[in-house]
Design a protein around this ligand. Sequence first.
Ligand code: ADP
Ligand code: MG
Length: 252
Amino acid sequence: MGGSMTSGEHCASAIEIQELDKWYGDLHVLKKVSLSVEPGKKIVICGPSGSGKSTLIRCINGLEPFQQGHIQVGGVKLDAPAAIQAVRRKVGMVFQHFYLFPHLTVLDNCLLAPVHTGLRSRAEAEAQARELLERVGMRDKAQAYPAQLSGGQQQRAAIARALCMDPEIMLFDEPTSALDPEMVMEVLDTMVMLAERGMTMVCVTHEMGFAREVADEIVFMDHGEIVEAGPPAQCFTSPKSPRLKAFLQAVV
Ligand code: ADP
Ligand code: MG
């Protein structure tokens, strides 16, 4: 790790984003975004729809190209295709829509990446997948197909699948937004469990209870900019910007 580092200055960061600018055509969707995430920290990104949250998360994982600025993940600078592959190996991603492979069982969904990439033998991967499925409360669903599961179960399976690649960092993009209300808590509980085990996490979510409980830092975005950032106690009780105030009144 950190082989391409020259200064060591940012070695401590799990994620280091400097002055990131991204456009879709003429649309300026990320504007000089800078963000530093230390290992083990939990960041919650919130903000109105269209403010650039998903785009930022996708840039961190190398899923979106960007035009200006720098992103470094786990000591690897995202600047070349090989680096993108290296970064993706360090980062687990959980989306709003679970994207499990419908034709594979939960267990086989979990085995695909670690076995295909050669990270583990099939036997090792299976032992680890079963352990992770147990951890997310899905042990008895290992042989089920996604269509046989509730949304909450599918999302917990998706979390287990991501964990099977031994990620250093987990990115969540509105993981509970597509769920029926009664299933939100089981997924948030799984995320809290991960947080308590020390995972570095960046979560886009509007679950402010989760944010209060888990986040070290709240990052509020609007129109492609980070408008305000700080600990939950400060952002929620005494927001500085009128835009964050208005947003909190709307979501809480
Ligand atoms: P959020 O996740 O905060 O709702 P997004 O990152 O999805 O916001 O979108 C930010 C802006 O970029 C929005 O104006 C959206 O319409 C636009 N956008 C997102 N994806 C694309 C795309 N693939 N092509 C063009 N515009 C996009
Ligand atoms: Mg989004």
